[in-house]
Structures are given as structure tokens and as C-alpha cells.
Write a protein that binds this ligand. Structure first.
Ligand SMILES: [Zn+2]
Length: 221
């Protein structure tokens, strides 16, 4: 693929377990499973296609191993027709959206990683599996809708994402204040209604930081 190699582009802090959740082309490190004779670590990885493969750390970093093997197989047209039968969604907007989010938030070789994963904008663990994300989001209402993070300072997780048009996204950023009540992100207007105070009171609370760590109503469990 056209990506620059890991070694050229990335500086990852060498702390214990630092490889966990990092993504190398199609492979995401999910577990350290042992050491090779050479002392090179062996990582169990999940491939974008759903496959699992154990790979030597050096081969991951150098880009020698980029997938569970599916990348090579895709070169044959026979594979493609089977692949598309099994993963009918790979060409859809929903799949491309998910794949883009996963890449930006977890793949250190993604060109935008520094603004997402590298800046603390992560993805909900369960959504690393396409089907789980797809079930939550559903298909985009129109072609012009894309995924919007309700609170732009937070990551991709249930309650903080929605399908929105470019215009709705701009409006969201400009005028709407979102706060968290009973674990759910909502507009300040809705929050005021839910809590049973006026909007101006809610607005004052917001200024005073009452919603900063989320607000719990008395009815919440
Ligand atoms: Zn694969």
C-alpha cells in the first residue's frame, strides 16, 4: 500500500505494553503472546477483515507483515468476488466511514493520527468491530451525511456521534452547547428540560462548571 513505513514516520514511546492497540496497515495488536528465540516479541493481531494472526514485532514495525494474509489473496480476482460476497458492506459509505475512523484513531501510520489517536481522540473498544459500529450508527440518511462528534473534544463512543450534514456540523460547532446528563450527551436546552430548570439557569450552571464531569438527575440509576 502507499503508506510510508512505520520506521520512517513514527516515534512511539518505548514503554511496556506500548504496542497494544497500535495498528499497522490492517493489523491491530491485541495481545503480547510471547517471545521468539531472537528475543523479538510475538503479538497476536486482529486484521481488518476479522482474521487473527500472530506476528513478530520486527515484521510488524518494518511492514513485512501487513495483514492476516488477506492482502495477498486480494490480488487474485477470484478472492475479490468471494470477499465481496462475504463482506458486502466494504464498498458502502458506512464501511468507509468506519474504516476511516478506525484508521485515524488507532493507526500510527495514518496521516491524521496526530490529530486523532495521538491527541487522545479514541474509539470505543467495541466499535473496532465493524458490525458493532454499524449496528449503532445505521446507514447514513443521505450521501451528504457524515459522522459528527457531538463534543468535538471527545472521541468516537456511543452518545457522542451522529450522522450530520456539513451544515449541521457547522451549526453544532457555532451555537449549540452540549452537556452530559445521566451519561448521555444532549443540548443544553434538552438538559434544562430534563433536570427541570430554566434554560438560563442551566446556562449559568454550565458556566459555573456544574456539567463538567456529567450531571446526574435524581431519577438516574
Ligand atoms: Zn485479513
Amino acid at each position: 500500500m502507499g503508506r510510508p513505513s512505520y520506521a520512517l514516520q513514527c516515534v512511539v514511546p518505548l514503554t511496556r505494553g506500548y504496542m497494544l492497540n497500535l495498528k499497522f496497515t490492517r493489523l491491530t495488536v491485541i495481545e503480547e503472546v510471547g517471545k521468539y528465540k531472537s528475543g523479538d516479541k510475538i503479538y497476536k493481531c486482529r486484521c481488518d477483515c476479522g482474521g487473527i494472526k500472530s506476528v513478530l514485532s520486527g515484521n510488524l514495525k518494518k511492514g513485512n507483515t501487513k495483514s492476516c494474509g488477506c492482502l495477498k489473496k486480494e490480488k487474485s480476482s477470484e478472492f475479490w468476488s468471494n470477499f465481496n460476497l462475504r463482506h458486502g458492506k466494504t464498498k458502502t459509505k458506512l464501511w468507509k466511514t468506519w474504516s476511516g475512523i478506525l484508521d485515524r484513531t488507532t493507526c500510527v501510520t495514518n496521516f491524521a493520527y496526530h490529530r486523532y489517536g495521538g491527541a487522545g481522540i479514541g474509539i470505543f473498544e467495541g466499535w473496532k468491530v465493524f458490525e458493532v459500529f454499524a449496528e449503532y450508527m445505521g446507514e447514513p440518511p443521505t450521501k451528504t451525511h457524515s459522522v459528527d462528534r457531538i463534543d468535538g473534544s471527545k472521541g468516537y463512543f456511543p452518545g457522542n456521534v451522529r450522522w450530520a450534514t456539513k451544515r449541521e456540523q457547522a451549526e453544532n460547532r457555532k451555537t449549540t452547547v452540549f452537556v452530559e446528563v445521566d451519561g448521555e450527551m444532549m443540548t443544553l436546552t434538552r438538559a434544562a428540560k430534563k433536570i427541570g430548570v430554566s434554560k438560563s439557569t442551566a446556562s449559568r450552571w454550565n458556566t459555573n462548571g456544574v456539567f463538567k464531569n456529567g450531571y446526574k438527575t435524581r431519577n438516574s440509576t
